[in-house]
Design a protein around this ligand. Structure first.
Ligand code: FMN
Length: 211
């Protein structure tokens, strides 16, 4: 039993290191930025560890002239923080320390929530954001980037949490980047995501303009 536990820990560390190493090239400094002083009706809330989900978020922000919030999770920064992030995701934690924890979303009709997939589910800081905020009257779109797969049951769970906090879960958009040996370039990643936005643009604009 002890051996099995040891194996799981080793696996977690190994997989985390692989994921982190493969993503390191796109790592960039993250800043928490809140723009709530515009007339925007759409908000994009993003947690991104190595920049891929943030790149996708920027496409949404530009297309829908949305305001933006970047979530920071200080406990997951640094090397040991990366291991903790992986462990928390593996053990299905939903609460960690995030900044900002709450956002005044009263002016928005459409809220996009984005993160990488960690251990088959949206990353922990995004769950925390949903736990801590009221989405009453908002249409909510989840978007994710990932390498190989997520589990639909976790997306259902995320949807239930959004609904429990008043939101109307509208869509799940995502891009599979592929594993490190056959991964999409940044240009390909954005192209793939924009194809989905092209399909959804009209319905999202009607949410923004109808209210
Ligand atoms: C700890 C950890 C766990 C991950 N688990 C998964 C997973 O279960 N499925 C998957 O397809 N990708 C997984 N990935 C890969 C990321 O989802 C993928 O690289 C994502 O695009 C990174 O987004 P970011 O650059 O916005 O942080 C994992 C990455 C890390 C660091």
């Amino acid at each position: 039993m002890q051996q099995a536990n040891g194996l799981v820990v080793l696996l977690l560390i190994g997989c985390s290191l692989t994921n982190l190493a493969c993503d390191a090239q796109t790592n960039e400094k993250k800043e928490s930025f809140i723009s709530g002083k515009t007339a925007a009706k759409a908000l994009v809330v993003t947690y991104s560890y190595t920049g891929n989900t943030k790149a996708v978020a920027d496409e949404i922000i530009n297309r829908f002239k949305a305001d933006a919030v970047t979530i920071m999770a200080k406990d997951y920064d640094s090397f040991s923080g990366g291991l903790r992030a992986s462990y928390d995701a593996w053990t299905e934690v939903t609460l960690t320390t995030i900044e900002p924890e709450t956002v005044d979303m009263s002016q928005y009709d459409l809220v996009f929530l984005g993160s990488p997939i960690w251990w088959y589910r949206p990353a922990v800081p995004l769950w925390t954001f949903v736990e801590k905020n009221d989405f009453t009257g908002k249409a909510v779109v989840l978007f994710n980037t990932f390498n190989s797969r997520f589990k639909p049951e976790y997306i259902e769970e995320f949807k239930s949490l959004v609904e429990k906090n008043g939101g109307q879960f509208t869509d799940h958009l995502y891009v599979k980047r592929g594993r490190w040996y056959a991964q999409l370039s940044k240009v390909e990643l954005l192209e793939k995501f924009n194809t989905q936005l092209d399909i959804k643009e009209e319905s999202y604009n009607s949410i923004i303009s109808n209210q």
